[in-house]
Design a protein. Structure first.
Length: 188
């Protein structure tokens, strides 16, 4: 019986260690924003989706939440308009900041959620005329729409990936050693 328990524990540890890389490599199910497309132009924000069927009178609503707002009802709401294949909503006069756009269909399902950054519109400046040429800097373009993948789209270097792999491997070996040590207290 004692040998069976050790093999069972060792087998579960090996199975968990084998499944860990597969779990880390699998796509995240957290990315809810796949059913909507959000764009910003200056202080205007628009959202487009094709996920909301009509209930006869409307397609649903979209809400623009600022950083302090937690649920759909607290944001600036707009009704979805369009056809059965494409619905859209828009907001104008949005002040600069980070926002979350949520689209809820008329049947109560959430079509998607996506975070965006609205940046300040840049005003063009008139160039100064001078006799000597000067280098002028222009405003950098806005960061645009952030897709909701978080750090998953960042390109990490080889050293960072190898370091992470070493930490995972060390954790697996330490867990196996601990379980084996716990199973047989007289062994090192």
């Amino acid at each position: 019986m004692r040998t069976t328990q050790i093999f069972l524990r060792s087998g579960l540890t090996v199975a968990a260690a084998a499944a860990l890389p597969l779990t880390l490599a699998a796509p995240s199910a957290v990315a809810v924003g796949s059913g909507i497309s959000v764009s910003t132009t200056g202080s205007n924000v628009s959202v487009t989706t094709g996920s909301c069927p009509s209930n006869g009178s409307s397609f649903g609503n979209a809400s623009l939440l600022s950083s302090g707002q937690a649920n759909f009802a607290q944001g600036r709401q707009a009704s979805l308009t369009g056809t059965s294949t494409s619905q859209s909503a828009s907001w104008s006069g949005v002040s600069p900041g980070t926002y979350t756009v949520i689209v809820v269909c008329a049947n109560g399902t959430t079509a998607g959620t996506q975070s965006i950054i609205v940046s300040t519109p840049t005003t063009p400046t008139t160039p100064k005329t001078s006799k000597t040429p000067t280098i002028s800097s222009t405003a950098s373009p806005s960061r645009g729409v952030l897709g909701g993948f978080g750090g998953a789209v960042q390109d990490y270097g080889t050293v960072t990936l190898v370091g992470g792999g070493v930490l995972v491997a060390t954790g697996i070996v330490a867990a196996a050693w601990y379980l084996r040590r716990r199973a047989k207290p007289h062994r090192l």
